[in-house]
Design a protein. Structure first.
Length: 228
């Protein structure tokens, strides 16, 4: 039988990582941030091939296939730790440059296979709450715990701005809101593993909900699942 996988998909800023971390903590399982793995491949490509990953996607995937140790994913005290070429990439993968470039990696099938293989291999030995775009639809379609979070785009942009310390209504904020919209469009419209509502997923609009409300609702839903 497969270990418990809670698949949480949705657009940027819908609350996926906050909710996934809380669910993982309450259920005493691990949190897996699949977006951070796409970001690691992107950062690697930017460092080794070109400041733009466009056109180098297959070569980047080949590097990770040939040398899986390039990216290590470990769990220490229930915290996901990433090591990219032996170094902690956690700050650099959150840069605006990486965020702008990640779409090239995310729309390449070979790169997606690299990321999916890492998740599936770790899921043999761990229970996870995983957030991403295609976790319920492509990576773990067999899990009974599929969740889709959404929220109004303005609310999502505000949440991101708060996280990043960007002043609301500033020029930088408007640029951020624009980038979020473009990234959503790219994630929804790409041909491979687009962001969709997976069959059987529980959809929640978090626009007017607190984190505690969403976590409680989902814990009750997980608890009442006939597969428990
Ligand atoms: O979640 P995060 O914003 O860090 O993800 C970065 C990007 O990685 C997303 O915009 C998306 O293009 C891609 N991604 C994906 N599939 C996932 C997780 C992330 O395509 N499962």
């Amino acid at each position: 039988m497969q270990n418990m996988i809670i698949a949480i998909d949705g657009p940027a800023g819908s609350g996926k990582s906050t909710i996934a971390k809380q669910l993982a903590k309450k259920l005493k399982i691990e949190y897996f941030d699949s977006g951070s793995v796409y970001r690691c491949l992107t950062l690697y490509g930017m460092n080794h091939f070109n400041q733009s990953c466009e056109g180098y996607e297959s070569e980047i995937a080949q590097c990770f296939l040939k040398n899986p140790g390039l990216l290590e994913i470990r769990y220490v005290d229930h915290r996901q730790t990433l090591l990219l070429e032996g170094e902690d990439p956690s700050k650099r993968i959150r840069s605006r440059d990486v965020t702008r470039q990640v779409r090239f990696i995310a729309s390449n099938p070979e790169c997606r296979d690299v990321v999916n293989a890492k998740m599936r291999s770790l899921a043999k030995t761990h229970c996870f709450a995983i957030d991403g775009r295609d976790i319920g639809s492509v990576v773990f379609p067999e899990t009974p715990y599929k969740i889709y979070l959404d929220a109004d785009v303005e609310v999502r942009a505000k949440r991101r701005a708060l996280e990043m310390g960007i002043e609301l209504n500033s020029a930088e904020y408007k640029q951020l809101a624009n980038e979020i919209q473009q990234r959503d469009q790219g994630d929804r419209n790409r041909t491979i593993a687009p962001l969709i509502l997976a069959e059987g997923a529980k959809k929640i609009d978090t626009t007017k909900m607190t984190v505690d409300d969403v976590v409680k609702l989902l814990l009750d839903w997980i608890d009442s699942n006939p597969n428990n």
